[in-house]
Design a protein around this ligand. Sequence first.
Ligand SMILES: [Zn+2]
Length: 169
Amino acid sequence: MAEMADLAELPPNRAKFEERLLAITTKKAGNAKYLSEEKYLEVIKEVKGALEKEGKGLIKKERDRLKKYAAKTMGAEEYLVKHGDHKNYFVNNERMYDALLEVHLQVSHGGKNRMLPIIRKKYSNVSQEATFLFLSLCGIYLAKKKPKKRGIVVKPLVFEEMNQRCQVD
Ligand SMILES: [Zn+2]
């Protein structure tokens, strides 16, 4: 029984998720929804550098960065947040899995309808696409989602009756 319980807690495979996410992000290179860890840190640095100029001599890229982003310190770490919305924050691709897993377990392996409202409250860039990918890798979620085959179950008595009639005929 203990072993079964452990299996039931098995989360989606991280390596598979990251492999498929990489395929998506490679195809969509330059899409601001997906930031590698390196890019994430780079943008934070650019935002802070632009802020230090206090509005003097900003180049277009810096103005664009400030229009779109801000940096926020939470605990020991710095996060990229949307300009004017410091409640939500961006996660880099390397942390996407953890963000999704946390929400997914919070709703007991629930689906997108339960996950997305929580995700949208907390994160700026955890996409529906990434959520679907994550769900497609959770066996527990998929098993719950499978339609029950109630309609297909045939009562054996009816069959017997039919067989008898056929023989008589
Ligand atoms: Zn699950």
